[in-house]
Design a protein around this ligand. Sequence first.
Ligand code: ADP
Ligand code: ZN
Length: 754
Amino acid sequence: VAPAVLVEVALPLPLFRTFTYRHDGSLPSPGTRVLVPFRTGKRIGWVVGRGDAAGLDEVRPVLEVLEGEPSVPPCLLELADWMAGYYVTPLGVVLRSLLPAPLSDASRAPPVRTRKVVRLLPPVPDLARREVLFARAPRQRECLERLEAVEEGRELRVLLEEDRFARSVVSGLEEKGLVEVVEVELLRDPFQGRGAPGPPPRFSLTPAQSGATAALLSALDEEASLPFLLHGVTGSGKTQVYIELLREVVEARGRGAIVLVPEIALTPQTVRRFRAWFGDGVAVLHSALSEGERYDEWRRLRSGEKRIAVGARSALFAPLEDVGAIVVDEEHDGSYKQSEAPRYHARDLAVLRARREGAVCVLGSATPSLESWRNTALGKFRLLSLPERATGAPLPSVEVVDLRAPRTGTGADGPRPLPAPSGPPPVLSPRLVEAVEERLRREEQAILLLNRRGYASFVQCRACGEVLQCPHCSVSLTYHRRRSRLLCHHCRHEEGAPERCPRCGEVELAYRGLGTEQVERVVAERFPTARIARMDVDTTGGKWAHAEILGRVERREVDLLLGTQMIAKGLDFPGVTLVGVINADVGLHLPDFRASERTFQLLSQVAGRAGRERRKGEVIVQTRVPEHYSIQAALRHDFPGFARRELAEREEPRYPPHVRLANVVVSSPDPELAAAGAEGAARWLRPRLGGDVEMVGPAPCPIERLHRRWRWHLFLRASSAGALGRVLAELVRMHRLPPGDVRLVVDRDPVALL
Ligand code: ADP
Ligand code: ZN
C-alpha cells in the first residue's frame, strides 16, 4: 500500500479557505486537478500544496487525480494566487476563471472528440501465411491490403462507409491479432470552412514603425524590461509592430506570445493579419467558438503545438510556459475588465504576467488610458509613438454640427423646421445629409455611429409624464420597434409595447431618446437607394454575425454602416471616407468619472475609421455641447491635450489615476437591508481606515436597483494599492453582514461605477 499524503485543495466556492484531503500515493504537483468529496457531492479542485491535518477530526480521501500534468502551470498558479489576494477573491474561484469551463465542472467530462482508427499490427503476414489465414475470408484479406496501402491507419468510419467493409470483417482481423482499433483524439479546427488567411502584405516599415520595433526587440535582451505604451494614431500601423515583435519572439526564439484584443468578434481583420503571418501557429480564443473548440485550442497551447494565443481578456491566461511577449491592443478598452468575480483587469495582469515571466509587454492605443499615460510620465512605462498614418494618409478633418441651433433637418417624420433649441434634434443635420449624399454619388462608404441601441430609449406618457420602467431595475425600458417590445438592457426583462399609459390610461405616448433602430429607419427613408447595414447587439446574435456584416462592408456590398460602439473598433476599410456621429453626447453626462474619457475615446476611435488610404477622410460630429473639451480634443486629434485637461479634472475630488479606487457595493432585494448593510460596512470600516485610506459614502448607486436588488455603494481610495488591499481583505473576511439576503461585492480599479 502506498503511503498516504495530505493534500491542500482549492475549490471553486465562495469561501476564503482551502480544504485538506488524504491521497494514497505521492503528492500531485500543485495546479493538478483532483476530484474530491465535498459535503454530499463531488467537486473538482486544484492541488495547491501539502496539507496539514492538525485540528481536523476527519480527513476524506481524494477520489481521483484527474491529470498527470497539471492543467495550471506554475506561472499561472502564481498569478492566480496574486489575483486572489489583490481582487479579494477565493483562490478556487480565480483558478476556475483561468481555465476552459469544462475543466472545473465535475458534472461534465471535458468534451474531447475522438474517432476510431484501424491500424495494422506488426508483423504483417507474408504471402504464404495469408493463403492460410484468409482461405475462407477473402474480404478480410482485401481489408488488410487496403490498410497496407495507407500510412497511418484508416478511420473505421471510412473503412465501413467508403470502402464498404462490414464491421465483422474488421472484427475478424482484430481476432486474428492483425489489426487494432484505437480511439484517436480529434482536435476541432475552429477555422474550418472559414477560408484561409491571405498572404502577409509586402511593405517596408515606416521609420516610426522601425524605431518602435527596434526598441521592443532590444528589450527582449534586457534582464527586466519595463512595459511599453505604444501610442499610435489610428491607422499608424501598430499591428505591424506587434507582428514584427512576434516574428522575433516566436519564429526566431521559439518562445510563446499572447495578443489581447478587446472583443475578438469585432476585430476579425486584426486576427486575420496574425494568421496571415503565423498561420496555424495562432490559437484564436474566440467567443463564437463552441466550448469544445475553445477547449481544443487551449490544449494545443498547453501542449506547445501552438505558441501564439490571440483573444479577448481571458486569453491572458493562455497556458503557455515560456512567454516572450504580451501585447494588449486598444489597451484603454473597458472590456479588459471582468465584471464578475474575479473582477480582474487584463491589462494590469498582462503587465504583471510579463514581468514575472520575463516577457516584453506592449500596450497599444491611439487613445491610451489615463492610467497608462500617467505611468509613462512616472517612468513606470516607456512611451513609443507612431504619430502618423502608415499609409501616409492624413488624419481626417473633424467638423462639429451644433444640434442646439435652430435649423431644418431630417427628423423621424421627414424634413421639417425645428421650433426651438429645446426641440428634439434632427437625426441627420443638413450638413451630414449632404456629406452622405456625396459619398453615395462617389461610390464611397460611410459609417454612422450612435451609441444607443433600440428604437427609443424611453417611452413617456404625453399626459401624465410617466416613463415606463423595468419592474426589476431602476432604468427606463427601451422600445424595440421591429419586435414591438419594451426591453430592459440590464436584466433583459421584456414586455409587449403598451397601447396606453399604464398609470393614467392616456393613448398618446412619446417615444424619446434616439436609438440605432430609429436611425436605420430615418436613414433608409432619406437615402432610399443606399445599401445599409446596422451593427449592434440586436443584429449580431448569430455565431459569426459580426464577421458577416463586416465582410459585406469589406466587399463593398454596403454603402452605409451604422451602429453602436461596435463599429468604432479597429476596423480598416479603405472605402470609408466619411464618419458621422449622430449624437456625441450619449454617455457624456453619465454620473461616472470616466464619462468624458470614454466619450473622447469613442469619438477618436470612430473618427479613425475614415480615410485610411488615399482618399482623405471627413468626420462630422453632431452634439449639443460643442465646446466640451472631450469633443474639442477629438476634433483636433489631440490626445495629450485631452489627457492634460482630464488629469486636472480628476485632481479634486481625487479619482484614478491619481489614487487607487475600490467600489464596494452592498445589495439586497430589500431596500432597507441594502441600506443597513452599507451603513454597517461603513461603520465597520471607519475606525480601520488609517492615514492613507479614505472612504466616500455610503450612498445609493447611480442605478439604485438592478436585477431586483437594491444597491448601495461606498468608495475607498488610497494613494497606495497595498494599504487599500489590506483594508479590503479585512472587510471581506471579517466583517459580518446583517442576516438575510445581503451581498457585498468589492470591485478594485473599477471601470464603471453605475
Ligand atoms: P492601427 O492599428 O495603428 O490603427 P493598422 O495596423 O490597422 O493601424 O494599419 C493601418 C493600415 O496601414 C493597414 O491597412 C496596414 O496594412 C497598413 N500599413 C501598416 N504598416 C504599413 C506600412 N509600413 N506601409 C504601408 N501600409 C502599412
Ligand atoms: Zn431590468
